[in-house]
Design a protein around this ligand. Sequence first.
Ligand SMILES: [Zn+2]
Length: 350
Amino acid sequence: MQIQDSSSIIKHLRETGQFLALSRSQPDVFKNSITFSLDNGTKVDVLGPGILSFTPRITGGKSIVLSSGIHGNETAPIEICDHYVVDILMEKIALAHRVLFIFGNLPAMDSATRFIDENLNRLFSGAHASAEVNQNSYECSRAKELEHAVSHFYRAEENSEERYHYDLHTAIRPSKNEKFAVYPFLHGKAHSREQLSFLLACGVDTFLLSGSTTTTFSYYSSHQFGAHAFTVELGKVLPFGQNDMSRFSQVRDTLERFICGHTIASKTFKNSDFSIYQVNQVINKTQHDFSLDFSDDLPNFSDFPAGTLLAHETGVEYRTSHDGEAVVFPNANVAIGQRAILTVIPTTLD
Ligand SMILES: [Zn+2]
């Protein structure tokens, strides 16, 4: 089916809710922005392929960004967000707050890969314009587009709104802690216990407190706009249609309650309900022969005694420095100069 003019696009979206499907099959129909309203008064702004925001007639004081598919093969969060968008467009659910949905890497969804040329989640906070990346790549232009969308969305309600950004992912390897979140570096600001409790209600009980600036999407929203922002890992990568959605029911229900303004049963923060880690070592690959000294399918958050050999490359060995030091996101196949392993040690919030 080819649809071209904006009135038939709007009719199609309202009848079927298939914004993501149309963004993937005919991205050009969203080259120019489209605005329309639903019968319940919610304003819909389609800002580009895979990018749309909703503003309910009466807004409840929160501006919420839900992004998925920043890595194209991380399908479960894409399916969850697609479902919300369908239900909102078809008026099966009604929002209480402004919400911006972002489906990140559309071409990589089609090729079932993490990315086409560059890791999109390393290109924010202006990194898409740095000399070290291929600025002509799809991901660089997409990072720039997504920064514009987020900035425009938050700035439209300057000062009056609380800001949130949940960047939803799934991990390449299994994890001892299936659902976990990376809390971006806050430059000395206090971590939000309410946010940890909220994410616990989503089934996320493990947090990694980042100790430095990064070029991830969540750090961008946190640092530039003061948003409560997290990279949330919801489980393991599987192809579209093969996710056991029952494993995601808690996060799906809780996020839906959040955007629709329904009450959420969250517990008061207690350190003992969580596994909280801080970064101990960032190990970058500096040579072609970089190799991991543990098995390829080692789960994230596996821990080791002090002095354990984790990886080596010509002339260098990388070892744990603490008992109980755990590894996260190990990947020997990254480009030279990029992070190959992160190690973490347990901590608590004071
Ligand atoms: Zn990811």
